[in-house]
Every structure is written in structure tokens, then in C-alpha cells.
Design a protein around this ligand. Structure first.
Ligand SMILES: [Zn+2]
Length: 414
């Protein structure tokens, strides 16, 4: 792979995203071999050069929580019955758009086609972000994602439902066999009569789905296989269950009390934000004729999420940015940069948001040694936006994207 020396008016370097005026990065064999002020970056004889002008060059963005469902987001009731070849092809198209939007890495936290998409991307058959994948969700009977009308025998046949330590251990092994990097456990759900079973009609009235012994068994078996564990956890009981069970990363993590918040901070646990999920539902209410009850549920979650995001920031929770986007038409993966804007709107500083959506995401995904910052030795995963990035809304319009040293977007010569 040819070498390329890229210069820009501003770079953001290292884990701290330190601004560097008039900087350059030297890319060789897909890696960053030098980065810093222009004068300090070598200019090997014959190297191709490219000047991004007044642009700001950043590490590639990372979506720490999304889904490669490959289904219309308005028809997810058929997720477990639609044919997988269609889903994989559709998701591949959406993943290319996510990459072109500047996201060079993403974590698919629940989709049976995720592991094979990752494989096809890594082998170069289709274009997409570097994926970290959970494969199929794991739910208890009647748990987070086991709701009628499908019989639970169907979910069990797909290894999406597991109860008791033995079955959970076996299911984690099935995920390892399928090529998952992460296990996705559903630890909270709505009460018995909730209409919005998976998230619960009231975020503060969630019930848990597993015993702590079951969660520990999943975590132990995942760790034995070199996988990490993420938990869908909303509400105090579920977040504490995740912590007691040794779960590595908390998804959503709101509607919690102050002690639980303090515990998240003390244990240094990463909480993935997922503001976009609700934002894009809200934006779709009218166009897609959401019923009143569903709007009410999302409004309650929106309030709880916002309040706890603000409290979490004050308390010092480690957030990573994740969108929980589920695909077109309501939640296009290509709109993932919205999460940065929303995090800032809710009180995160722009620099904090940039870190949470680059190095913070890489830490959540377990790939921080490989990507997540402009540092020597890391993969050449880059994104540039025109101008000085005074507004993170500009992230939605990248002028240049590079993944592993290969240009994905923009007119540079590599
Ligand atoms: Zn999700």
C-alpha cells in the first residue's frame, strides 16, 4: 500500500485530542508512522502528499452501540423471521454509508448477521467500518427481547433465549463459535403488562431478567473465550445487577439512583449514551404515525435519560458515544454523527464529546491499542471536516475519510 503524507490546518492528536496547528500525518502500510506539527513529520523521498487546506483532521469516529439488523426499522417485528441473506445485504449497504459518514469503527450490539458482516468487511468483499460484534442478543424467557407474538420456542431455536447457568454457558459458547467479540445480555425489561416490553413503559419501573448467578456465568464464560460482555440495563436494579455480575460495559444505564451512579463512577465503568435512538424516534412521530402510547413512553425515557446524562456528567461517569441506530427509514446509520451534537446539547463539552466518540469508544470496544486516536503505530483511521470544527454539527459533513490507510471519501490520491 502506497505511503501518503496528509497535512491540515488543524489536527487533534493523541488520547486528549490535543489541538495541533499546521500539522501532518504520515501514513505507511495502513498505519500512522508519524504525526505532529508539519515541520516535525518526515517527508520521505517520493511520498505522495495531500493538503486538506483549512480542514480539521481527527481520528475516525466510533459508534459504540448500533445494530446491523438489515431490516426496515419500522418492521422490526419480523426481525427473527426475515431471511438472513436479505438482511446481510441490506445491512452491508447501510454499513458502507456509516463508513462514508466518518465512522471507521462500530460495535453491533445485537444482530445475528453481525459476525458474518464483520468477516466480509475484514476480507474486503464489502466496505464498512471495523466491526466489533455481539451476534444475536441473549435474553431470558420473557426477558428483554422475548415478547409475543413469536413463541419462545422459536427464540430458543435461534439461541436467542437462554435460562439458567447451563443454558447460558452453552449460549455464550454458541456466540464464540459464531465469531462474536462481545456478548449482549438483556438485563432489564418492562413489567408484566407494559406495552413497550423491551424498554418498559416507565424507565423507573423496570424489572430484572436474570439472577446474578446467571449473569456471572455469562461473564465468566465470555471472559474465558476472550469476549467482553455488554448489558442492556435501564433502572437501578438492572444496573446494579450488571455491576454485581461483572459486566464490562453498561448500555443506556439511566433511570438510576444516586448510589448506583456513584458506584458506576467508583468502578470506572463505561456507560454508552444512545441518545440518538430516542431522538430519531421523536423525529419520526408524525411522519410514521407513532401511536400516542408509544410517544408517551419515549417521552418518559427521553426525560429520564436526559436527567441522568446531566447527573452522570456532574458525577464523572465515563461515557462512550453510541447511537443505538437501527437502520432506515427512521434511524439511518448514516446519521450517526448526530450523537455528538446531542451530547453537547445535553451538557457535554465539545472536546469531551469528541473523546467519548473516538478514544472513549475504542476503550469500550476493547480496540484502543489499534484505533481511536491519532498516535504513532495506530491504524490510519482518519476523518476530516472543513474549517475549525467550531460546531460538532460539522461532523455530519466529512470531506475526507480514511480507514486502515485506504481512502473511503474525498479526492486525495490514495
Ligand atoms: Zn441497542
Amino acid at each position: 500500500m502506497a505511503s501518503l503524507r496528509i497535512s491540515a490546518k488543524q489536527l487533534r492528536i493523541g488520547d486528549t485530542l490535543e489541538p495541533c496547528a499546521e500539522g501532518a500525518v504520515l501514513v505507511e502500510a495502513g498505519r500512522i508512522v508519524a504525526v505532529g506539527p508539519d515541520a516535525a513529520v518526515p517527508r520521505p523521498a517520493g511520498v505522495a502528499t495531500a493538503d486538506l487546506g483549512d480542514a480539521t483532521l481527527l481520528p475516525g469516529l466510533i459508534d459504540a452501540h448500533m445494530h446491523t439488523f438489515g431490516m426496515p426499522s419500522t418492521g422490526l417485528g419480523a426481525l427473527n423471521t426475515e431471511r438472513e441473506p436479505y438482511r446481510a445485504l441490506r445491512a452491508a449497504g447501510e454499513l458502507r454509508e456509516l463508513l462514508e459518514a466518518g465512522f471507521t469503527s462500530a460495535r453491533c450490539l445485537g444482530s445475528s448477521v453481525g459476525p458474518d458482516l464483520r468477516r466480509a468487511i475484514d476480507e474486503g468483499h464489502v466496505e464498512g467500518p471495523r466491526l466489533v460484534v455481539a451476534g444475536q442478543f441473549i435474553s431470558s424467557t420473557g426477558g428483554t427481547w422475548d415478547a409475543p407474538p413469536l413463541p419462545s420456542s422459536w427464540g430458543r431455536a435461534q439461541t436467542a433465549i437462554a435460562d439458567g447457568v447451563d443454558e447460558i454457558v452453552q449460549t455464550v459458547r454458541e456466540r464464540a463459535r459464531a465469531g462474536a467479540d462481545f456478548i449482549k445480555l438483556g438485563l432489564s425489561k418492562g413489567g408484566v403488562q407494559d406495552r413497550y416490553h423491551a424498554w418498559g413503559d416507565d424507565p423507573h419501573a423496570q424489572v430484572t431478567t436474570y439472577s446474578v448467578e446467571e449473569v456471572r456465568a455469562a461473564v465468566d464464560e465470555a471472559h474465558r473465550n476472550g469476549m467482553k460482555v455488554s448489558a442492556h440495563a435501564i433502572g437501578t436494579a438492572a444496573v446494579n445487577l450488571a455491576l454485581d455480575g461483572g459486566v464490562d460495559v453498561i448500555e443506556h444505564g439511566y433511570a438510576i439512583d444516586d448510589e448506583t451512579r456513584a458506584r458506576l463512577v467508583d468502578e470506572g465503568k463505561i456507560v454508552v449514551t444512545t441518545i440518538s435512538q430516542l431522538h430519531f424516534h421523536r423525529a419520526a412521530y408524525d411522519a410514521f404515525h407513532y401511536p400516542d402510547w408509544e410517544r408517551d413512553v419515549y417521552e418518559r425515557h427521553w426525560q429520564a435519560m436526559r436527567r441522568d446524562f446531566e447527573l452522570g456528567l456532574q458525577a464523572g461517569i465515563r461515557f462512550a458515544l453510541g447511537t443505538d441506530l437501527i437502520g432506515k427509514p427512521t434511524h439511518p446509520l448514516a446519521r450517526a454523527a448526530k450523537e455528538f451534537e446531542l451530547a453537547v446539547e445535553w451538557g457535554m463539552s465539545p472536546d469531551e464529546a469528541l473523546r467519548a466518540g473516538t478514544i472513549g469508544g475504542a476503550e469500550a470496544l476493547g480496540i484502543a491499542a489499534e484505533t481511536g486516536s491519532l498516535d504513532m503505530g495506530k491504524s490510519a483511521d482518519l476523518v476530516a471536516v472543513a474549517g475549525g470544527l467550531s460546531d460538532l454539527a460539522d461532523l455530519a459533513r466529512p470531506i475526507f475519510v480514511m480507514k486502515q490507510g485506504r481512502r473511503v471519501r474525498g479526492t486525495l490520491p490514495i
